[in-house]
Ligand binder design. Structure first.
Ligand SMILES: [Cu+2]
Length: 599
């Protein structure tokens, strides 16, 4: 396994957590688990089978999370752990909690569901009491309470600690000060399985406030991580816990939404992957694409402090990276002949990147994590990706073919970047950059005419409940506008009610393409320049709006709250190209303070 692949799967864990995981791994492998299926009272033969399945599943992904709760045994070992770390005040409190959990286990085994439920309820009441008496830390309380709550429903809770930290990052041979999640660029990959409960404990060790926004994941509004809109920014030294159900599989990413044009550029991003339960890939790689200010002096001037202080010419971002590495530093991906390879491309940068695929047959299977209907194969074609967007691409690795995937050179990012493959055990057949076919006649893929036609969710809707326009523009002073308005001073929200089917018409009167991102909802693209889509329905959360082109998109207002809707070229959002979709009767569940900078 290459170094970079290790980096991608190796979560940052604090020392005590790593030790704890080892202990827990042994526990899970050796102790018979009364699975959550046993809790619902099915017969013994079935529950044994289910338990075995669960052991297999947990060992596969156990290194990814700080803790996993999928059984009463897991809760018991967590209580012991919090006793050791003194997050539970004393032996007695831990013992009483575990007496109840042990009883739950015994009653579950005997099929006495009523008594079992009673003891689990007592356990939760005890937690409330100990929290009031300050005999348990806030974090330990939250972890155990969540675990108990979801265990009854047969769900697995996966917990991650994400520390926003300063770090040093080497780029073009020089060291840069960066801000990171867990000390790495990109931040720790959060990888879970469909229907898992994700619980992320954010610890802010930076000298500036931060948040985590879960780009594309349809989370409840309070978990969306937008400072001043869904929560107050997490101040230095403070913590915040995000918790949501990962019920929509796909490729997503996370980033700070505080002062995001600055903080995302400085490194505060990572990927979040929700695997399908029946995923069938031999290899599955996440490729996070970004651009950096290559010149160290300029980098230090622009990004060295806690806030941006200088205007920067656009051509300064001239260094392209994949998973934080530049061209020749990028480790080849491990593959074997015949592997079905899935690549998850995520554009977290400032520019649109063009990818070229050649040498074998490829398929684009997902846009922004959402499936494309019966995608056709292609070769030697290019794909335009824009900030905030994701594309999943699939192919079968054939060591006899010269497979080339590259980011094509363009205006400021003048070098092309080649993704290499290394086939283990079959000699040196790693493809070389020199082999890149110099072919300028690469046909671009039109993602709005790709895959097989079928009716979309909104195809037959004749009358929309709400219709709004988003005319993207630019003022003479350089500010960027939606319907002539600069956010936040002049903006008009898009008002909706829960249950509305909403149509937005987007136009672009600027010379630049704008990737418009809607939080909390997926939308379907229903037409371009008045023409309905002829290929697969395209569902996404970020649409690239080309100059002089009109698009209609539609979404169902099914997630109450206040949701940002903005250009994901974050410099444009900062200059005003931003607005909000707001639900009429939504009451803000917090009081915004003065420390929030949304864009
Ligand atoms: Cu824009």
């Amino acid at each position: 396994m290459s170094k970079r692949v290790m980096l991608m799967v190796d979560s940052h864990l604090f020392g005590w957590e790593r030790g704890f995981m080892k202990k827990k791994l042994v526990l899970i492998l050796t102790v018979f688990l009364f699975s959550v299926f046993a809790l619902s009272g099915v017969n013994n033969a079935q529950s044994t089978e289910a338990s075995n399945e669960q052991v297999k599943m947990e060992t596969k992904s156990i290194d990814d999370a700080d803790y996993i709760i999928s059984s009463i045994e897991d809760l018991i070992s967590l209580v012991d752990h919090y006793k050791d770390t003194r997050e539970i005040a004393n032996e007695k409190v831990a013992r009483i909690l575990n007496v109840h959990l042990t009883s739950v286990n015994i009653y579950a085994e005997n099929g006495e569901t009523e008594k079992m439920a009673k003891h689990l309820a007592s356990f939760q009441q005890l937690l409330d009491y100990y929290q009031q008496e300050e005999l348990i830390s806030e974090n330990a309380f939250g972890v155990l309470k969540t675990g108990a709550k979801y265990l009854v429903e047969g769900k697995t809770v996966k917990g991650f600690t994400v520390a926003a930290q300063e770090a040093t990052f080497t780029l073009n041979g020089t060291e840069r000060e960066v801000w990171t999640y867990n000390g790495e660029i990109p931040g720790t990959e959060i990888r879970v399985t469909e229907d898992d409960i994700i619980r992320v404990h954010l610890v802010n060790e930076l000298p500036a406030p931060v948040t985590i926004h879960w780009h594309g994941v349809p989370v409840p509004n309070q978990m969306d991580g937008v400072p001043g809109v869904t929560q107050n920014a997490v101040q230095p030294g403070e913590t915040f816990t995000y918790e949501f159900i990962a019920d929509t599989p796909g490729t997503y990413w996370y980033h700070s939404h505080q002062h995001s044009a600055f903080q995302v550029d400085k490194g505060l991003f990572g990927s979040i992957i929700v695997e399908e339960k029946d995923a069938e890939y031999d290899k599955d790689y996440t490729l996070i694409m970004d651009d950096w200010i290559g010149d160290k002096e300029l980098y230090d001037k622009v990004l060295g402090g806690n806030y941006p202080t200088v205007e920067t010419p656009v051509e300064a971002w001239d260094t392209f990276t994949i998973n934080g590495e530049t061209n020749d530093q990028i480790e080849p991906l491990d593959v074997q002949d015949g592997d079905l390879v899935k690549l998850r491309f995520i554009n977290v940068g400032n520019y649109d990147y063009t990818l070229r695929f050649s040498g074998t047959e490829f398929k684009i299977t997902h846009t922004d994590g959402q499936p494309i209907n019966k995608p056709e194969t292609f070769t030697n074609k290019s794909l335009l990706t824009s900030p905030g967007q994701r594309y999943d691409v699939e192919f079968i690795y054939d060591e006899n073919q010269d497979i080339v995937i590259e980011r094509m050179a363009d205006m400021w990012l003048t070098d092309n970047t080649v993704i290499e493959f290394e086939s283990v055990g079959s000699g040196d057949n790693r493809n070389q950059q020199e082999q890149t076919i110099k072919d300028d006649s690469v046909e671009p893929i039109d993602i709005l005419d790709y895959g097989q036609y079928k009716k979309g969710k909104f195809t037959d809707i004749k009358q929309f409940d709400k219709e709004y326009r988003s005319d993207l523009g630019m003022k003479e002073d350089g500010s960027m506008t939606i319907n002539g308005s600069v956010y936040p001073e002049e903006y008009e929200p898009i008002w909706v009610n829960e249950g509305d089917i909403v149509k937005l018409t987007l136009t672009n009167d600027t010379p630049l393409p704008h990737p418009m991102h809607l939080h909390g909802h997926f939308f379907e693209i229903i037409s371009r320049n008045g023409e309905d889509l002829e290929g697969s329905p395209i569902t996404r959360d970020t649409i690239l709006v080309m100059p002089d082109t009109e698009y209609e998109i539609a979404f169902e207002a099914d997630n109450p709250g206040n949701w940002m809707y903005h250009c994901h070229k974050l410099q444009h959002a900062m200059k005003g190209m931003s607005t909000m979709v707001r639900y009429e009767d939504y009451e803000l569940p917090f009081t915004p303070d003065a420390g929030n900078i949304i864009e």
